[in-house]
Write a new protein. Sequence first.
Length: 303
Amino acid sequence: MRIILKIFITMILVFSFIGVAKADAGPSSELTTFYFNKNGQPFTQPVKFTIKCYGTSVMDSTNKLLKISEIAETCQAYGCQFDTTNIFEPYKQNIKYCDLEGEASGNKFVVNDFLAPSMSGLNCHSADYTIALPDSKYYKETQKYKDCQSNVYREYYPSGGGDVKGDFLCAQYETDDKLIPTTISTEPNGPCYRYGYTIENNKCYQIPDEFFACTGAEQQKLNLCNQYLEDVTSKLAKDTNGYPYESICEAKINIPASISNSNNQQTPNTQPTTPAGQPHKSIFSRVIDFFRCSFLKIFGKSC
């Protein structure tokens, strides 16, 4: 019995880990433009910088601050863009602050909490497109497109005022007196569950062709409205796989007016809590360690 219980607990942990791994693997894609300024003016010279973000881990009940993400890049010109999908986006609920360490013109500087409390200094908006069609292009709705759709909906939803609500015109072909009786079984997931059939009072009926002709005509008219969409594919910033970034962000950094030279670097006010001499572990690594330790304890072993 105890062995069965241990196996059961192990299965729970395994499926819990799968859920955590899946959630960790798919953050929304994010592109951030960094603007460095000094003395109120754009700084156009190269800037080497490292961003370290600190926060709490969902796996640590002590709420101790840990370094949870880091990026190191070089900004060659004013307004440089970098993929920050794995830096800010997946940890926004956990990040407490982010520090920036930089070097410009041979001088080093530090800007603590450069994104301000609650990351309010990271300004983001969704990518500027509304429709992705099977042609692998991305489109933005125009007023002509919306008017065209409304006209179709007025025809097929007479009381909807140009919207999809109210009585559906094609439903007149799907009333009880129009349905075609069949002798097909209504067993769960049986033949009557196929497209073109419906079940009423535990009997299988075939939906008449007139209904599908009506809905097909509606869809054809809606498809004609696509000619009024604006193709914005070439205007969208895309990741290495060719897909548009879902979030477009920007961050403005003020380089301190007085910065140290490379031999006298300023020390950040906050230090990472990762023990000195030990490699930093990401949240994902800590999750793995947590489950490994849990497995060992279940079977009477130490971590």
